[in-house]
Ligand binder design. Structure first.
Ligand SMILES: N[C@@H](CCC(=O)N[C@@H](CS)C(=O)NCC(=O)O)C(=O)O
Length: 299
């Protein structure tokens, strides 16, 4: 809190370019088991940023009635004035920019990620955000954070890969068989916000619906009949990209790509697909390092 003695000082305080991260009040609207929300939590936890969580009921979505953007995650950020940030990658890029850059207000930073209407391969009109994998840094900041240009490009590519490819492997894998679909919905209902009756119906009807929807998603994303093969191939490709000489893609510390991939994979924890992935791929050592890095940062 500021104690103001004169008009001049008041003006000075008002025009301070940035509040320290400790003054950022954050509220995350989420479904706990949504991979996009998990990515945001991994990012906030790793950066030691405290936040409140509002679990959204996926049927009524009353909790996000205030918003015309109807997806989660939504992050309400108050760094002096309240601001709504939509889309997991925009949230991560904007907050990361804010933490690094001493020049712009969060409001200004967010305006560099404009919403744009685009049409998907299936001809559906959707909202996309421009520049969403790009941190808005000046030359000096860029040199400090990304001493080599390739490191920045690599981070962006793999963040995009996590959103455009890895995420699409989750549903076909966790709803692969009726038994797995039921186990997945049991977990979603347990972890999510559902009324008792609602939860009961969601579990059984959701499992049946998602079993069939996941077959459609499998076709849409051109996955193999055995969807595990695509999952194993994807995570091994990720491990190979890190290589033997780095602990993380970010080197000795996770970068935004590490956090994105970890956030997406984490939603399968406790399910058969996750256990299979641990046994049949080389992901485990990196995954464990990520768990430890996030636990250390959040402690
Ligand atoms: N591009 C968005 C995608 C977010 C998204 O699709 N969220 C899903 C939940 S996993 C959602 O809210 N879907 C609408 C709904 O459930 O009604 C992001 O990265 O945040």
């Amino acid at each position: 809190m500021f104690i103001l003695f004169s008009r001049k000082q008041k003006l000075l305080v008002f025009f301070l370019p940035q509040l320290p991260a400790g003054n950022l009040q954050l509220t995350l609207y989420q479904y706990k088991t949504c991979p996009f929300c998990s990515k945001v939590r991994a990012f906030l936890d790793y950066h030691g940023l405290p936040y409140e969580i509002v679990e959204v009921n996926p049927i009524m979505r009353k909790e996000i009635k205030f918003s015309s953007y109807r997806k989660v995650p939504i992050l309400l950020a108050d760094a002096g004035s309240p601001l709504q940030l939509n889309d997991s990658s925009v949230i991560i890029s904007a907050i990361k920019t804010y933490l690094i850059s001493k020049r712009n207000s969060l409001e200004e930073i967010v305006s560099f990620y404009p919403p744009m209407k685009t049409v998907t391969e299936q001809g559906k009109e959707v909202l996309e955000y421009g520049n969403k994998y790009w941190l808005m840094l000046d030359e000096k900041e860029t040199k400090r954070v990304y001493p080599v240009k390739e490191v920045r490009v690599e981070e962006m590519q793999w963040r995009k890969w996590a959103d455009d490819w890895l995420v699409h492997l989750i549903s076909p894998n966790v709803y692969r068989t009726p038994k797995e679909a039921l186990a997945s919905f049991d977990y979603i209902v347990r972890e999510g916000k559902f009324g008792t009756v609602e939860g009961f119906f969601a579990k059984y009807l959701g499992a049946i619906a998602m079993f069939f929807i996941s077959k459609r998603l499998k076709k849409r994303h051109h996955l193999r009949d055995d969807v595990r093969e695509d999952l194993y191939e994807a995570v091994d490709k990720w491990v190979k990209a890190i290589g033997k000489n780095r602990l993380f893609m970010g080197g000795s510390q996770p970068n935004l790509a590490d956090l994105a991939v970890y956030g997406v994979l984490r939603v399968m924890e406790g399910l058969e697909a996750f256990d299979d992935m641990m046994v049949h791929t080389k992901i485990q050592p990196w995954y464990q390092r990520m768990e430890e890095a996030i636990q250390r940062a959040a402690a």
